[in-house]
Design a protein. Structure first.
Length: 271
DNA sequence: ATGACGATCCCAGATCGA
């Protein structure tokens, strides 16, 4: 590809891709990212509506699905150079798919993650789901930004942790709520910095401002109460900081008909 | 916020999400 190409990536926890195929189609048509990373697809690979997305130009798809739970998928208009999937915690869950694409002479590695939610009780000794989440985050330390000289890397997805005080509607009230407990936020931030990742969303929106990507289905009026959390993330290797041209959270998507409880996050780079 | 919602699956109440 030529020098100085624009590259756009989006990440979206879709909460069933079959139920919300129309929303994905509408998003792809309107926002036209080069790559879309989906989480919680909740279907087997042969049930994934790949043909519908191929019709819109997304001919390349890397799937890691399972029945009813979890599942990730990466859709692309650009051919994948490589595709890989990793198992974490030896659980056999479908929570990661890794692809590479070549853009403007750069090989871009894209990790798409769905980190375990962690259950209700934030104590690993009494809640195996929370222990699994912490172990998963610990194993993610091996996903580093180490790439070749002309390469760059992205790590995106639903990480199920809101690390900063303004990543939740009330820091004080959520300190003992799973997704914002100190052990989670510290583990996530230590893992992120240790592996060399930059929190690209927070390079654009200062930590002093509230920033959410998820709002509970249980609120009577999600927009009025605005009790959100930033659970979805776009991380990048050093080379991508200077290349970041635009970053947006598509808050309006939470108000669409039969919405996901998460909204898309979009980043554009001038590579 | 210990959930009023929503999705899934051997179709109906349990389980999961966060």
């Amino acid at each position: 590809m030529s020098r100085s190409d624009s590259f756009t990536i989006a990440t979206w926890n879709i909460n069933s891709v079959r139920l919300r195929r129309g929303l994905v189609e509408s998003f792809l048509t309107t926002h036209a990212p080069d790559v879309l990373c989906l989480q919680e697809t909740k279907c087997l690979n042969d049930q994934f509506p790949a043909k519908a997305f191929a019709k819109l130009g997304y001919e390349h798809v890397a799937l890691n699905g399972q029945k009813a739970y979890h599942g990730v998928a990466t859709l692309s208009r650009i051919p994948f150079a490589t595709v890989d999937r990793r198992d974490f915690c030896r659980m056999g869950d479908s929570r990661h798919v890794e692809t590479t694409v070549d853009v403007a002479g750069t090989r871009l590695r894209i990790h798409n993650f769905y980190v375990p939610a962690g259950g209700d009780e934030p104590h690993p000794a009494i809640n195996p789901k929370f222990a699994h989440k912490l172990q998963f985050l610990d194993e993610m330390r091996q996903i580093t930004t180490d790439t070749g000289e002309h390469d760059a890397a992205l790590l995106v997805g639903d990480l199920n942790v809101a690390p900063l005080e303004n990543d939740v509607w009330s820091h004080r009230q959520l300190l003992r709520v799973v997704s914002h407990t100190p052990v989670e936020t510290e583990t996530l931030e230590d893992m992120r910095t240790g592996a060399g990742w930059l929190d690209l969303m927070r390079l654009r929106v200062p930590p002093s401002e509230k920033l959410f990507t998820w709002w509970s289905y249980r609120a009577r009026d999600w927009a009025a109460s605005n009790r959100g959390r930033r659970l979805d993330h776009i991380w990048g290797s050093d080379a991508l900081e200077g290349a970041l041209a635009d970053m947006s959270v598509l808050t309006e998507a939470r108000g669409w008909e039969k919405p996901s409880d998460h909204v898309p996050v979009v980043a554009r780079f001038a590579l």
